[in-house]
Design a protein around this ligand. Structure first.
Ligand code: PGA
Length: 252
């Protein structure tokens, strides 16, 4: 059975004290509201990961990194490795976010290597992809999404998908206030699942959680999450408020 997951991507927001405060608030709200059946993840900036991982260790909130390098170690100034994440008890990483693709030139070939490195270190991957507005206007969204998935993931064995979560994030909906309609999200998620069925079979595809990301808010989460192939959300802006984030967690 695939899991329901709500993950908050804090991006380059929150210094140490703000990160601790928000993480504590989220952990407290999750406990107070007895959240069950939904996996809750927060992704602080890498410099605060160790502190936040320690702070949330006894809670139901899990911590993810926002990025990592593919190499084990070496001369890659400014980068962090999967092994380093593992050493501070971080067991999930977001890879392929559209901001990494756009501002840091990450392409499918590089992401395939990062996915391999994460999985080799037993780190779960939240793999992000999605089309830009021009692709959607041209009716190419399925072709783009299909190739992003194939290029970065289809060299993997079926068993690898136990440790992969997919996050469909139409780039035109990220941070713009514009959300895909629940129907647009469902259509694309169904296409993504079918793409997995064709390659790996129904059992693998049925067990992969597919998250939607792009301006998810308390006001629209319920309708989006009610769609059969939407298994949760990757939340940016709304994850910076503990109350809004919890409301989204509770939208299931
Ligand atoms: P947003 O960001 O919720 O602010 O649109 C989503 C994301 O980038 O993961």
């Amino acid at each position: 059975m695939r899991k329901n997951i709500v993950a908050g991507n804090w991006k380059m927001n929150n210094d140490l004290s703000a990160s601790k405060k928000l993480a504590k608030q989220v952990a407290k709200l999750v406990r107070k509201n007895k959240v069950k059946g939904t996996k809750v993840i927060i992704a602080p900036t890498s410099v605060n990961l160790e502190r936040i991982a320690k702070l949330t260790r006894k809670s139901k909130v899990k911590v993810a990194a926002q990025n990592m390098h593919f190499a084990e170690n070496g001369a890659y100034t400014g980068e962090i490795s999967a092994q380093m994440l593992k050493s501070i008890d971080v067991k999930t990483v977001i890879l392929g976010h559209s901001e990494r693709r756009e501002y840091f030139g990450e392409d499918d070939a590089l992401l395939a290597k990062k996915v391999d490195a994460a999985l080799a270190n037993k780190i779960e991957v939240i793999f992000c992809f999605g089309e830009v507005l021009a692709d959607r206007k041209a009716g190419n969204e399925e072709a783009v999404v299909g190739s992003q998935i194939k290029n970065a993931l289809f060299h993997l064995e079926a068993s690898a998908f136990k440790n992969i979560v997919l996050a469909y994030e139409p780039v035109w909906a990220i941070g713009t206030g514009e959300t895909a309609t629940p129907e647009q999200a469902q259509d694309m998620h169904a296409f993504i699942r079918k793409t997995l069925v064709d390659k790996y079979g129904a059992e693998v595809a049925d067990n992969v959680s597919i998250l939607y990301g792009g301006s998810v808010k308390p006001a629209n989460a319920k309708e989006i999450f009610s769609k059969p192939d939407v298994d949760g959300g990757l939340i940016g802006g709304a994850a910076l408020s503990a109350d809004d984030f919890l409301a989204i967690v509770q939208a299931f």
